[in-house]
Design a protein around this ligand. Structure first.
Ligand code: SF4
Length: 329
């Protein structure tokens, strides 16, 4: 389950060190179920798509509470677990238990489209549904897991997106797109979509050697992760200190832009601009400064404590920019 969750949208080479650390810390489903969400998110930090981590954590709880600590065998029951979709349910059922269940991932979809010379976009729901039905027809009663694994490997190693190795392909004899000379045209290319650009200020606010950190809301992107004070960026110019007070809810001085960087997601692109600044009126414990704003929980953190707070990649990058800036001072 852990590997299936980590491998969604992520390459194997990226996943391996995360998987090893995760399994060393949570070797069984009960240990994962008992862990705090922040510990789980911290081990996931950098992998992205954090809802996978939260769902995996919740699924472990459900499996321990309702299934005696072992994932259920039936696809229908697996689909009831948080974050488990059709692909993951089919993979667990067929590969872990040998249940005759189909799976369709990107590799399998490409192989099936080429075998049957399907020229329509496999991302269209109706085509996707047809591919699931086709996969279900093909999967054998015995060794369903081996069959599914082989089909995925065929897509990953032989029937690759570009330059498929048709000469050595074991199913070349029944491949309709090869016979029709359509291999280069199938599957249909992904329609080009423009991604909206979303701009954010990231204020690294310092007081007495500590950084003001805030926790994101419990739902939405990067839910429950920690970040420097991050707000929409309305203009190119850094607002004057008086305006910053209104923006981030805390009076600051010595604002200095550290730099900007992009962070691309599937459907949108972020541009973050990091600003280092200091609290204007230093308090002995920071409590007054924190309480000025905000619905988001805030706390002060020493620089060494940042590594204990789960953060998204853009936020750890801002922490690195602070390291670099301090190294140059
Ligand atoms: Fe893919 Fe070529 Fe094999 Fe057809 S013959 S399934 S296009 S590798």
């Amino acid at each position: 389950m852990v590997s299936e969750a980590m491998l969604q949208q992520t390459q194997v080479t990226t996943v391996i060190p995360y998987f090893e650390r995760f399994m060393a810390r949570f070797p069984t489903l009960p240990t994962l179920a008992e862990a705090g969400e922040q510990d789980v998110l911290l081990l996931w930090q950098g992998l992205g798509y954090y809802s996978r981590a939260r769902n995996l954590h919740r699924a472990a709880g459900v499996i321990v509470d309702r299934h005696g600590g072992r994932p259920p065998r039936a696809v229908e029951e697996l689909l009831q677990l948080p974050g488990v979709g059709r692909y993951t349910a089919g993979a667990i059922a067929s590969i872990a238990y040998g249940v005759r269940a189909p799976i369709v991932d990107g590799n399998v979809a490409r192989v099936l489209c080429r075998l049957d010379a399907i020229r329509e976009d496999p991302r269209r729901p109706a085509v996707r549904e047809a591919l699931w039905r086709r996969a279900e027809e093909l999967v054998p009663i015995r060794r369903a897991g081996d069959f599914n694994s082989a089909l995925m490997e065929l897509g990953a190693l032989v029937c690759t997106p570009r330059n498929p190795k048709c000469q050595t392909c074991p199913v070349a004899a029944c491949c309709q797109s090869r016979q029709a000379g359509l291999v280069d045209q199938i599957p249909a290319p992904r329609p080009v979509k423009t991604r909206p650009i979303i701009r954010r200020w990231v204020f690294a606010v310092e007081q007495n050697g500590r950084w003001l950190m805030e926790q994101r809301p419990p739902t939405g992107r990067w839910a429950n992760l920690w970040q420097f004070v991050t707000v929409p960026r309305e203009s190119e110019l850094l607002p004057p200190p008086a305006a910053v007070v209104a923006t981030i809810g805390i009076a600051v001085k010595k604002c200095r832009i550290l730099g900007s960087f992009d962070h691309a997601l599937t459907h949108r692109q972020y541009e973050f601009t990091a600003v280092r600044c200091e609290v204007k009126k230093v308090t002995s414990n920071g409590a007054a400064a924190i309480s000025i704003d905000t619905a988001r929980p805030r706390r002060w953190a020493m620089h060494v404590e940042l590594k204990d707070l789960p953060m998204s990649r853009p936020q750890t990058r801002v922490a690195e920019m602070l390291d670099d800036a301090d190294g140059q001072m």
